[in-house]
Design a protein around this ligand. Structure first.
Ligand code: FMN
Length: 339
């Protein structure tokens, strides 16, 4: 049996090069870029926007990286797959058949393809024929409870020679909430010989290992939990080695945030990159003394230097007081839904 893999799931606006690199450094076994619109890529003649450009970057420190395409016009998907392949920096092409956003499904893309398996297969064939790279599929169970099309699409992926499938155990109707159908993931994973990665609802390292066992999958893809605990991959590997996991203290979190900010500033104007750090600070700082004040003061910070000074100053105070542990009573009730 191959070793199970623990992957960073694709997240629009998030799984750009900087965040992916941090997750790889914490031991992620693979990652997928945020979704790339095949229409945008197929027609892109001008320089790509800064944001889009960071998606396309690959740092030398990144491990196995798939580029994810979203679209439903086979010729356009094929052309985009060729362009991504020609860039020479991706290990695989991933097809998005899971995105539930209204504007995405409204134009027949993402999880809308689950409603028309014949059309979905045309897209899969077009991409497979367009690239020598491994092709993988990311999908949900189906559009709704009454139309569970994943079993046939995953079989089709196997027949077409896809390298793997990531299966989010919810329907489109469920969006990001409600129970993940663990039994269905297991049934589908056991029905094919290609790796199926289970996805949906993992909140911590222990959870990921339980999910792996319950689904008998080839691994687990982790989305939202990685945003709040990028170290989840390290925790998983520690648990698998029989080692305890420990709380991540303020110095580690500050170092992580400063690293993310510095990396992001390499791709976007400093002001934009620093303002984006508010999200990560909102995920990683609560639970520590003075976090609220730091978050409030962050609103006035516009440079990387200012960001680092704010973080370092706060950390020095905590170190002086010996107050570097997160405290349960200061932690807000966070769930995956707060992402
Ligand atoms: C902010 C956000 C953006 C997402 N963007 C993508 C995307 O670009 N492509 C994709 O296939 N899935 C996307 N997803 C879905 C995740 O990959 C994953 O399937 C889903 O969040 C369930 O896993 P989780 O419970 O571990 O987060 C996104 C999810 C979130 C929360």
């Amino acid at each position: 049996m191959a070793e199970p893999k623990f992957l960073l799931a694709p997240m629009d606006g998030m799984t750009r090069a900087s965040f992916r690199l941090v997750c790889f450094e914490y031991g992620a076994d693979g990652a997928t870029t945020e979704m790339i619109q095949s229409l945008a890529l197929g027609r892109a003649k001008k320089k790509l926007s800064n944001t889009f450009a960071e998606t396309m970057v690959r740092y030398p420190g990144e491990g196995f990286l798939a580029a994810q395409l979203i679209g439903s016009v086979p010729a356009m998907m094929a052309e985009s797959a060729r362009r991504l392949t020609a860039m020479g920096r991706f290990d695989a092409i991933d097809i998005n058949m899971g995105c539930p956003a209204r504007k995405v499904v409204g134009s027949g893309n993402g999880s809308a393809l689950l409603k028309t398996p014949e059309k979905a297969v045309e897209v899969m064939k077009a991409v497979r024929d367009a690239t020598p790279l491994p092709v993988q599929l990311k999908l949900r169970l189906g559009w709704d409870e009454g139309s569970i099309t994943a079993p046939e699409l995953v079989r089709e992926a196997e027949t077409l020679g896809f390298s793997s499938v990531t299966l989010h155990g919810r329907t489109r109707t469920q969006m990001y909430k409600g129970p993940v159908d663990v039994a269905k993931i297991r049934e589908i994973a056991e029905s094919v010989s290609i790796p199926v990665y289970a996805n949906g609802g993992v909140t911590c390292a222990r959870d990921a290992l339980d999910f792996l066992e319950q689904t008998n999958a080839a691994g687990v893809a982790i989305g939202r939990a990685a945003l709040k605990q990028p170290w989840i991959f390290d925790d998983i590997h520690r648990l698998r080695r029989g080692e305890p996991v420990s709380e991540r203290l303020a110095p580690e979190r500050v170092a992580l945030l400063e690293r993310l900010a510095a990396l992001a500033c390499g791709h976007r104007p400093e002001k934009v990159a620093v303002s984006e750090m508010r999200k990560f600070c909102g995920w990683l700082l609560p639970g520590f003394t003075g976090a609220d004040e730091v978050l409030a003061r962050l609103n006035d910070v516009v440079t990387l230097d200012g960001f680092n000074r704010l973080m370092d100053g706060w950390l020095e105070g905590l170190m002086r007081e010996g107050d570097v542990h997160p405290r349960a009573e200061l932690l807000p009730k966070q769930t995956l839904d707060t992402v």
